[in-house]
Design a protein around this ligand. Structure first.
Ligand SMILES: [Zn+2]
Length: 445
């Protein structure tokens, strides 16, 4: 918590430096001169106010005209004074901060209030990001070279199996190679004898046919080994000494071991996954949608990627945001449900495959409301506010009353008319700026 606050403050500090540099101008340097002359009255708002003193009315309770008409002890319009501006709830945010992507604005617009539909679901791996390792030959697990969570690279040996089928295939392969060597020698000899006119063309053709057949058998025996899961390199190296019925399962790609089922001494069956490799930076939550609700999901809505939130028992009260990215085209005949897939970002790996989840999918409803992105609405001392663009580089915080929320949207019941430009991404930086005296007293250093 403290770390987060410090991080926020240091970014805010960076922003403050930018704000002062960009918005101070000659007025600000004049202000600093006045302040350092020593005759300026003490800045009472920078000191922690005594409890029994009547508090200054908050900028949130003053009309806009009054805030922009205020003057400060530096004989400046307060909102234009880099040192006193925060008292008016005004922030000067130059356009380059928006161009750089640090800050972003949105218009307050009326939109359809989404209606949450409650579903239950389960967290699964994003199958596009994982591969399952299994064996083509049943066998006994002899060695497991990796542990859960290990990073592996493509081709790395992961699991060693001992398999009767592989042993038999190795035997067949060695035998076919022996036959091939003999057939090659016979063919060379028959060729030499024919060229010297000692043997007949018929004898030569027979030796050539036997050689070609032996080549095909050897190829096919090698093919059996690779189909059983032996790498081509391992199969090529096969010799009488190395033929032990051992099968090395290798990583098909780079990734992390997300799931490991192989245990030494246990039987590995062909239909089982022995390990899952890949990453879980996004996961899928599969939710069940009942027949009665299907009509609410038209193709058009799916294309617009409906917002959804996911909660799991492990993190009570915490919502993971996602979007519906697939509605299964097949209905489960037993449960009479169709499956809905929600892609959820999982950058810190806190959602685990197999977790049960409560899912809310937000469907566009009939009602309209004035709405903003959730991150535009901030809170301090129990009051909600947004930063509205006033003029030029100036943004002012104004009180709002939030209402319903859906996905990453929140309704504004009071405080906005609609059409205002408000700061969404990065608004917390502006909050740190206007509340700097408060935050400075509590959390600096
Ligand atoms: Zn001032």
């Amino acid at each position: 918590m403290m770390n987060t606050m410090r991080a926020t403050l240091s970014i805010a500090g960076l922003l403050l430096a930018l704000l002062t540099a960009s918005c101070g101008g000659p007025a600000a340097s004049a202000a600093r001169k006045t302040a350092s002359a020593g005759d300026a009255p003490a800045d009472s708002s920078a000191l922690p106010a005594a409890k029994d003193e009547p508090a200054e009315p908050s900028d949130l309770d003053r009309p806009l005209e009054e805030l922009f008409a205020m003057t400060c002890e530096h004989q400046l319009k307060t909102f234009e004074c880099a040192e006193c501006r925060y008292e008016t709830g005004v922030v000067c945010a130059p356009a380059k901060l928006f161009a750089g992507g640090l800050l972003q604005t949105q218009k307050a617009v009326r939109e359809h209030v989404a209606i949450p539909l409650q579903l239950t679901g389960e967290v699964r791996f994003d199958e596009r990001r994982v591969t399952h390792l299994s064996t083509q030959a049943e066998g006994i697990v002899r060695e497991v070279h990796v542990a859960l969570g290990d990073r592996v690279s493509a081709g790395q040996a992961l699991i060693e199996l001992e398999s009767v089928a592989v042993g038999e295939a190795e035997g067949a392969c060695l035998e076919a190679q022996a036959v091939l060597r003999l057939a090659r020698r016979n063919h060379e000899r028959a060729l030499a004898l024919r060229n010297e006119g000692i043997s007949s063309e018929k004898e030569y053709l027979q030796a050539r046919q036997e050689f070609e057949t032996a080549e095909i058998h050897a190829e096919s025996a090698l093919g059996v080994l690779t189909r059983l899961g032996m790498s081509a390199a391992d199969a090529q190296k096969l010799g009488a000494a190395s033929a032990r019925g051992r099968l090395t399962l290798r990583a098909p790609a780079n990734g992390t071991v997300l799931f490991l089922h192989a245990v030494p001494g246990e039987v590995a069956r062909t239909e089982e996954s022995l390990a899952t490799l890949g990453d879980n930076a996004t996961v899928w939550v599969w939710a069940d949608l009942y027949e009665r609700d299907i009509a609410r999901f038209s193709g058009k809505q799916i294309e617009s990627r409906m917002a959804a939130t996911v909660t799991v028992k492990a993190y009570p009260g915490e919502e993971f945001r996602g979007t519906v990215d697939l509605v299964s085209p097949v209905m489960d005949e037993a449960s009479r449900t169709i499956r809905l897939r929600i892609a959820v970002a999982n950058p810190r790996g806190r959602l685990f495959a197999g977790m049960f989840a409560d899912v809310k999918v937000f469907l566009p409803g009939e009602q309209e409301a004035l709405a903003l992105p959730r991150n535009a609405v901030l809170e301090d001392a129990g009051r909600s506010f947004v930063f509205i663009h006033h003029h030029g580089d100036y943004y002012v915080r104004r009180p709002v009353e939030p209402g319903r929320s859906w996905g990453d949207r929140i309704e504004v019941l009071r405080g906005l008319k609609g059409g205002e430009t408000v700061v969404a991404d990065g608004s917390f930086l502006l909050k740190s700026d206007v509340l700097r005296s408060k935050m400075g007293a509590g959390c600096a250093d």
